[in-house]
Ligand binder design. Structure first.
Ligand SMILES: Nc1ncnc2c1ncn2[C@@H]1O[C@H](COP(=O)(O)OP(=O)(O)OP(=O)(O)O)[C@@H](O)[C@H]1O
Ligand SMILES: [Mg+2]
Length: 283
């Protein structure tokens, strides 16, 4: 008997566009229909403190990305964030450290280090795919990834290209992003990528309402280019534009989540994903 091929459904969309909410709704529907489905998150996998050589390989990339991103960042009270890190192989998944990094007010950062963080993100994704995702797919599982890894890579590369006045560094960041759209492209025969569209202004307001502040979102610094609402929205508009291009190339299912009636909007989005002809393979 040939096993049912697995599939991944993964979500692109700016911060707060509703990826997790829609992913969860979709997961519930597929699970209720009796499909072997899992919600997947690389962060949760690492937080689960997995053991063994596979876990070590995954952790190494995560650590490299985090260290590259923060080691060269300085805050408005002139702290070097790299000093907060325990020496390798110290554990970076500590909640207090994460909190401190998320709330740090970064004023300067190094564009090449941010590009390196994006490359570590890409490498980490490949290792995670090979060691965690693919074995599940081979078992026939439908994996729902609430955030496609290209989201973080896009943010990092756009920040890196924006904060540098060095043309070579900017080009390196743009090239890294272009490579990522190839290296991380979905398999057209088994993956269903989804773009959740939502006006960045609206997502900003939703995030402030639900999380009380930007915090984690602001911390990538926009270093040297101002912080706060305007700089953040400017970045999100660029991210959104980049996602629109990717959605065309990757043939994403595109859903809108602009409607302020959350239940109705999310239900409609989940239905649109389920109605995509590619989903028939999962039946
Ligand atoms: N249509 C909607 N109307 C109003 N609020 C919504 C809608 N969809 C989602 N939300 C709310 O917006 C917030 C962000 O949603 P969610 O966490 O799903 O976004 P996300 O894209 O996963 O964000 P992130 O990029 O940070 O992971 C949540 O509080 C959620 O309840
Ligand atoms: Mg989310």
């Amino acid at each position: 008997m040939t096993p049912t091929p697995g599939s991944t459904i993964s979500f692109l969309g700016v911060d707060g566009s509703g990826k997790s909410t829609i992913a969860e709704a979709l997961y519930k529907q597929l699970a209720a229909a009796g499909r072997d489905t899992r919600l997947l998150s690389r962060r949760d996998y690492l937080r689960g403190q997995p053991q063994g050589h596979v876990a070590d390989a995954n952790r190494a990339f995560y650590d490299a990305g985090l260290r590259a991103l923060y080691s060269f960042a300085r805050t408005d009270d002139d702290r070097a964030l790299g000093e907060l890190f325990p020496a390798p192989p110290g554990d970076l998944r500590d909640g207090a450290l994460e909190e401190e990094l998320n709330s740090a007010r970064i004023t300067t950062n190094d564009p090449q280090a941010i590009t390196a963080a994006a490359l570590a993100e890409i490498g980490g994704r490949l290792v995670y795919y090979a060691s965690v995702v693919r074995p599940e797919l081979d078992r026939g599982t439908v994996l729902i990834e609430e955030t496609h890894p290209l989201k973080m890579v896009t943010k990092l590369c756009l920040v890196a290209s924006q904060i540098t006045s060095d043309e070579h560094h900017a080009r390196a960041a743009v090239t890294a992003l272009r490579s990522a759209t190839m290296v991380l492209a979905p398999d057209p025969f088994r993956d269903v990528p989804v773009l959740v569209r939502c006006d960045p202004q609206r997502t900003y307001e939703r995030l402030i309402a639900s999380r009380g502040g930007l915090g984690v979102l602001e911390h990538h610094g926009l270093a040297g280019r101002g912080t706060g609402r305007e700089a953040y929205l400017d970045l999100m508009v660029r991210v959104q534009e980049a996602f629109e291009d990717v959605a065309q190339n990757w043939r994403c299912v595109v859903v809108n989540n602009d409607d302020g009636d959350q239940d109705r909007s999310v239900k409609r989005a989940a239905e649109a994903i389920l109605a995509d002809p590619r989903m028939a393979r999962l039946a």
